[in-house]
Every structure is written in C-alpha cells, then in structure tokens.
Design a binder for this molecule. Sequence first.
Ligand code: ADP
Length: 540
Amino acid sequence: MQLIGQMMNRPLLVSAILEHGSHQFGAQQVVSRETHGPLHTYTFRQLAQRSKQLANALRSLGLKPQSVIGSIAWNNYRHLEAYYAVSGLGMVMHTCNPRLHPDQLSYIINHAEDEVILFDSTFAPLVKVIAKLCPHVKHWICMSDQAHTPVIEGPVVQCYEDLIASHSSELTWPDLDENTGAALCYTSGTTGNPKGVLYSNRAIVLSALSACLPNILNISSQETVLPVVPMFHINAWCLPYACLMSGAKLVLPGPKLDGASLYELMESEKVTLSAGVPTIWMGLIQHLEQNNLRFTTMRRTGVGGSAMPKALIAKFSEVYQVDVRHGWGMTETTAVATISNINSEEQTWPEALRHELVAKQGKSVFGIELKIVDEEGNTLPRDAEAQGELMVRGQWIVDNYHKAETTALVNGWFPTGDIASISADGVMQIRDRTKDVIKSGGEWISSIELENAAAAHPQVAMAAVIGVKHPKWDERPLLLIVRKQEDFSNKQEILDFLSERVAKWWVPDDIVFVAGLPVGGTGKVQKAELRIQYGSVFSE
Ligand code: ADP
C-alpha cells in the first residue's frame, strides 16, 4: 500500500489570490484608464474592499453559487473587481468578447445562461441590440457611476456604483472545492458556434503561478505590468491574478489601445512589463518610429495570440532594448502554454540567431506536455523537422467544452488544430493553423513563415498570406500587404526579397496592396474574411 502524504489539502482558490494581494501588498496600486478618460488609481486593499462590496451586492440580488455573470467590458478596475467578486463567491465570470457579432454574442450569453450582464457604457448601443435576444438576463448593470449610466430603450439598467454603495466590505469568502468553475470564455467560433471553456479555480491559480516564474513572464513586486491582452479573452493571460499574487503594480489601459495612448500610459506609469498580440505592438512601434521616441522603463513584453514576426522581435530588442517573450496559448489552455526564452548559453549567440529562436513559440511551461501527431494519430519525432498536429495536455487544459456531451480530447490529449514541429530540446514552432496552411501541389506552405519573411521588408507595415484556389496546384499563396508608404507599388521588389528568404515554390503568385487588414476582437487578422474576398482571384 502506498503511503499518502499528510499535508493539508487546502484548495487553490481565486479568492485566496485577492486575500494574499490585499494583505501582503495592500498599498500596491491598480491604475486604470476610465472608459470616460481620466486615470483612476487605488490600492490592492481598496480593490479587495470593493470586490467584497460587489460580492455582497450580487448575493443581495438573489444570485447563488453557480450563477453565471457575464461581462462586456474593457480592462479596467471595475472589471477587475468583478473578476474577484464573482469567482470568489463560487459563481462563474463569463467574459464576453464585445467584438463578436450580436447574434454570436447573444448565442453565448444564452448558452452560458448568464443571469447578469456587467457592461461598460461604451457598449450601451450593443446592449440595446442584444437585450432583446437575451430574455433570461435578469440584471443589466452598467459599470460606471450614475452620471455615465445610460438609459437604454428596452432593458432596465442599474448603476454599478449605486448597486455596491450600500453594501458592506465585510465578507468571508466561501471555502470552495478548487475544481469549482471560476471563469468562462468562448472560442471566437470562426467556424461553427463558439464553444465555452469553463476554467476552474485550480486551473487559474496554477496558470497564474506559472506566469510569475522567471522563465515565463518573471512577475514580481518590482514590476509594473500593463496587460493589453483583453480581460474579455483568455483571462488576459491570467495577469490580473498574477499581479495580485506577486505584488506587481497593475496598469489597465481601458478602451484606448492605439500606439500613442499605450505609449503615454507606459511612460506615465513607468510600466516595465506588458503583454499583447503582435498587431498591437505594430501600432505601438509605428508610433515610436514616427515620433522618434524611446521607452524609459519598459524592459520586457509577452507577445502571443498570433506569430510575432522576427523583424519585430529584432526591433524591440535592438532598437528599444525590450526583451520579447513569445508565447503560445489558446482559449482552451487558460493562458500561456509555451513561451520562448533565452538561456545563458544562447545569450552569447549572435543577435540574429537569438531572434530566430524567440520567433519560435518556445518550450512548454511546467505542467503542460506537448506532442505532434500525423493524420493517423502516430506521434512524430522531436527533430524540429517533422510537422504534425500539436496535441497538448496538462492541469489547465480543457477537457470538455461547456455543456458538450462528449470530451474534446483524443486519447487524453487536446487536439489544437495547429501544425507544429518540436525540437529535441523541446522548442515548439507553430508552422500554421490547419485551416490556414496552404496546400500547393500536395505540399504544405506555411502562411506564418511567409508573413514573417514579408514583415522584414522595410515597406511592409502588415502582411497576411492566404491560400487561394488554383486550377493547377490546388492552392497558391496570395500575399496581402499594408504598406508603410502609400506610393510604394513595386511588387517585384517584394517578390525578389521573398525569393531570397524562402523556397522558390513558396513565393506568392501575386501581391495585393490593401489599405488595412480585417482584425478581429482579439487582434488577429481574420483570414476567413480575406478568403471570402480574394479566395478565387487565381481561378477568375
Ligand atoms: P481564435 O484565434 O480561434 O480566436 P484563440 O484566441 O484561442 O482562438 O487562439 C488560439 C490560436 O491562436 C492558436 O491555436 C494558434 O493558432 C494561434 N496562436 C496563439 N499564439 C500564437 C503564436 N505565438 N504564434 C502563432 N500562432 C499563435
């Protein structure tokens, strides 16, 4: 018989993060850009008090453990209060992506059975549209003061500040089972309906702990952290939890995510660490370049959600002295599952080699295991060459989608829909998504690698590559480019540039210069839209 360890079996709970943060780092600050403009600053202690007021208010509305509370909100302090109040009570914080189509938004609100929607006043017009489609929502609460609470035709709207004002900040959080659902996020449903991923308290605590580790994001009480990644998607990579855990100052950008606003916030709040998708960083770098600016305090950034081009990594590192940590994760993985970093030996490599390494998606974090498989499910070698579907498992990886009848797993592993390779020492590289990879004459062309190569051309501000139906080759790549200068029109120069960097047969058949690329609510280029618009240009 095995001996069972005799340690306390205390649950891993979101409420414990808030208690820890407010007791150990009570004076640490949360700075938040209000939806209506000015910065709001308070302490972790005040955050805990107001979260408890909100928790008492939610109870007074008759909500019970297991109730699902939706939010349609930016990254701001009231949203943060809701993160802790809702999960702390054993309820589920359902963060909704405001950029979803109203039909999809109402679908997820109804599917999750949200009883309350907390929303920013910015989204009042959206609430007006969806309220009709969500008859089961009992309370629509605008996360603002009385002066900014809109009157909306249709639903009765309550004011957040009025709601919590009369409630006490005294509360003992319930001792929950650590597997209790804490937060819910739906995939963006580019194909079919969105699917819900219900994160447990345990998954969030473990993932947030992991984010703090030196090799991951290295979050400590010496850092000031700006999560640009939205709190409505994948828990903002668990940064709102990790900062309270480690005592880092937390800066929330509200609705202003353009380069100028982010730069101003980074400088005024002395941000040292940030996290966001590559499209956000492209906007920021453009702002810096156009205005000849430098960062004063920023020294590290987490980037993920889509591939970070090597050229941008080089710019961050060489020009702005910002260390890029390139991570991979998905809604189904709670937050970061793999991340690139440089060990002491790699630190001595030439810069170009280091950037190449960082452009890969890195090693799995402790708790997460990876493998790649072929179409029959056979495990492929870890030789950095073989490419197959990336499979993942671990303590904070989805098992079942919310309310799904069957497991999402295949033999205990989650199939990601990404095509990757893994090196002998565990460095994973995303080659493409199964739906984006270009199949040309029976071979695969990686749209990500082509985009990466194109992004290095000095005239390219943004690049996207899609596979377009081709009468002979099945599919051929088409490159869409947003130029830095409108009068640049030399396609051949770009094609020649690419042929020096990729295999000849990968070079796109054509280039289209576009004014902009469609970017979805989570900052990713919407290739499905591009395929609709340009999908038959080679067969016309
Ligand atoms: P969706 O993009 O469908 O909204 P998610 O937001 O969950 O869903 O995104 C997960 C997907 O984003 C991954 O499966 C992968 O294709 C892509 N992704 C995430 N991080 C990276 C990265 N660093 N490099 C390349 N692709 C990435």
